[in-house]
Design a protein around this ligand. Structure first.
Ligand SMILES: *Cc1c(COP(=O)(O)O)cnc(C)c1O
Length: 385
């Protein structure tokens, strides 16, 4: 089965009893047993396992080319539950440009439990290797990253992880399973915020983990049930509904983003844009093209000037809503220094290359011409040309 077919059919047989083409949403929290311990299909209690959730877990696992999936109530809950696999004293090497909430959880919460984290630019393999210690257990990788769309070499890092007996976790949210499959490149665990491209419609918060190793799966499933941050059956169904069009959306997000990048390049030549960040642009583009099918829908750029110009520009946009989050059908624009990355100090932001004139776009699936016109208009209103 190819990706698009899996998205629609995998684990989603028509209902046996009624023929309903869309599998029903199973709201029941408990399941009748035909004798003590005799369940019908292994369901006992919905925190532990639920039929709608099971469909989602199987489906996304198939899309990532993995054996097992585990769904969570948010991407953050998935991240947190993976950290519960570690013991106090363990050390994790984490990308220095990861999702702000991931950094916050590692740096402000897990550190209180005597876990240690090093934040490094994972694009630099020798720097990454230099951080490995006796206590290191895990590498936490995000590629492409937020908001600078840095690209790290998953295959090379997975070799380093294997040589040193470390778990490699890849947050694949920005790429989506359509554009990039880290397990095939050697990762042990893939995590997604399904709130973004997988759900795709900005109407459900969720997370998912996909992996191949049975022992790791058993451990994580135990923790999924023990910590209990599971999604509701309705939320699982919403994510499944989003998934059906993931391939179409990812293609359109990518082609629209490419047009936006071309437009921003023109503005760069006119001196109104200082720098453009896109996975398929610049020095890391050949690596990105090797491990990603398309460039994706995320584009960041530094506008001429500073915070005033950036904020002014954002105010003039009509179709790009000024909002956090990403990956939905509607185009969004945001100001990382005060929105998604507002919890960093200014020094931390500058260290990470997040400058005051940075704007991040989540390019939606509207008509590209309308989106370009919107940007063009905002440049005119900001700079008078
Ligand atoms: C949004 C996001 C998360 C967190 O997911 P939530 O569903 O918001 O908890 C993690 N990683 C990345 C890359 C994200 O964009």
């Amino acid at each position: 089965m190819e990706f698009e077919t899996k998205a629609i059919h995998f684990a989603q047989e028509p209902d046996k009893e009624t023929g309903a083409v869309v599998p029903p949403i199973h709201l029941s929290t408990t399941f009748k047993q035909d004798g003590v311990g005799k369940t019908r299909g292994g369901f006992e209690y919905s925190r532990t396992d639920n039929p709608t959730r099971r469909i989602l877990e199987k489906n996304v696992a198939a899309l990532e080319g993995g054996k097992y999936g585990l769904a969570f109530s948010s991407g953050s809950a998935a991240t947190a539950t993976i950290q519960l696999m570690l013991n106090s004293g363990d050390h994790v090497i984490c990308g220095d440009d990861v999702y702000g909430g991931t950094f916050r959880f590692f740096d402000k919460v897990m550190k209180n439990f005597s876990l240690k984290y090093s934040f490094v630019d994972t694009q630099d393999l020798s720097k990454l290797e230099g951080e490995i210690r006796n206590e290191t257990r895990m590498i936490w990788l995000e590629t492409p990253t937020n908001p600078l769309l840095k690209v790290s070499d998953i295959e090379a890092i997975s070799r380093i992880a294997k040589e040193n007996d470390l778990l490699l976790v890849v947050d694949n949210t920005f790429a989506s399973p359509y554009l990039q499959n880290p397990l095939a490149l050697g990762a042990d665990i893939v995590v997604h915020s399904t709130t973004k491209y997988i759900g795709g419609h900005s109407d459900v918060v969720g997370g998912i983990v996909v992996l191949n190793d049975k022992k790791l799966y058993d451990k994580l499933q135990f923790l999924q049930n023990a910590a209990g941050a599971v999604p509701s059956p309705f939320d699982c169904w919403l994510v499944l509904r989003g998934i059906k069009t993931l391939a179409l959306r990812a293609e359109r997000h990518s082609s629209n983003a490419k047009e936006v990048v071309n437009f921003l390049n023109k503005k760069k030549n006119e001196g109104l844009v200082e720098k453009i960040y896109y996975p398929f642009l610049g020095e890391k583009s050949s690596l990105a093209k090797k491990q990603m099918k398309k460039g994706g829908g995320m584009v960041s750029f530094e506008i001429k000037g500073g915070a005033d110009e950036a904020k002014g520009f954002l105010k003039h946009l009509k179709y790009f809503h000024l909002a956090e989050s990403l990956g939905g059908v509607e185009s969004l624009a945001e100001y990382p220094p005060e929105m998604t990355h507002g919890s960093y100090t200014e020094e931390e932001r500058l260290e990470r290359g997040i400058r005051p004139n940075l704007i991040r776009l989540s390019v939606g699936i509207e008509n590209a011409k309308d989106l370009i016109d919107d940007l063009k208009n905002a440049f005119e209103l900001t700079f008078g040309k």
